[in-house]
Design a protein around this ligand. Structure first.
Ligand code: GLP
Length: 260
């Protein structure tokens, strides 16, 4: 895994946005896997800024979001569909028919999940998957103990994630208990993964993901098997990495052609 330690979330997000923009410029019909949460907000700002300056055309891009709460429709302000519209889709030119987010109101959830997987395949697979990390090491909503081969499916949130995400709701009781999420296996099939993590609250999860054993106890650790995964963190999120100096050394000694 490539680990890039940056001075701030602003710098990390700018770098991540340059990577994503590079993918789209090289392949205008690229398929992007998108994430929610507070972590990618600046990343979306950066991409929207590039678009506003006429530097990034997303007209042919297809997107698949990682996850959605069940029971919340796209008009619910805490739904991820709402989040994506508010923070990204309303600011760029992605064709609405090429935007995919799991349907939190799907009646037949297993059938909907199978269709979601089929839609990803039909689009040619995900070229770049953006990811955040939960403080418990989850990716998407794959909580600890998720199968590392899992596919898109219904998951039950654990109490820690409910607590972490309660800040967006009026009370923890309002956080849905169930979600639809791409599986770890689904995520691992993306051609490239780009993970962002900021702040000290993520330091333990980041260390376990990068340097710990690969285990379902830390679903993000499965990314150690990914052939092309870049993690961009700020200093506090990097604070528990044993090999931080080495990662900095690698970055500073990158050959010119590898730089973004
Ligand atoms: C949620 C999302 C994840 C996200 C995580 C971290 O649980 N399902 O995709 O990575 O939260 O959120 P934040 O970025 O707000 O710390």
């Amino acid at each position: 895994m490539e680990v890039i330690i940056t001075a701030s979330p602003v710098e990390a997000s700018a770098q991540a946005a340059r990577i994503a923009a590079g993918v789209v410029r090289a392949k205008p019909g690229a398929v992007l896997g998108l994430a929610t949460g507070s972590t990618p907000l600046r990343f979306y700002d950066e991409l929207a800024g590039m678009h506003a300056r006429g530097k990034l055309d997303l007209a042919q891009v297809t997107t698949f979001n990682l996850d959605e709460y069940t029971g919340l429709g796209p008009q619910h302000p805490q739904s991820y569909a709402w989040f994506m519209r508010e923070h990204f889709f309303s600011r760029v030119n992605i064709a609405p028919e090429r935007i995919h987010i799991p349907d939190g109101l799907a009646r037949d959830i297993p059938a909907h999940c199978a269709e979601y997987e089929a839609a990803i395949r039909a689009a040619g697979g995900i070229d770049l998957q953006l990811l955040g990390v939960g403080s418990d090491g989850h990716i998407g909503f794959n909580e600890p103990s998720s199968s590392l081969g899992s596919r898109t499916r219904l998951k039950t949130l654990n109490e820690r994630t409910i607590r972490d995400n309660a800040r967006f709701f009026a009370s923890p009781e309002e956080v849905p208990r169930h979600v639809i999420t791409m599986g770890v296996g689904t995520i691992l099939e993306a051609r490239r993964c780009l993970v962002l993590a900021f702040g000290e609250a993520k330091a333990a999860a980041v260390a376990a993901m990068v340097e710990g054993p690969v285990t379902a106890d830390v679903p993000a650790s499965a990314l150690q098997f990914h052939a092309s995964c870049t993690l961009i963190v700020d200093e506090p999120a990097a604070s528990r990495l044993k090999r931080a100096e080495y990662y900095r050394w690698v970055y500073h000694n990158k050959p010119e052609w590898q730089r973004v």
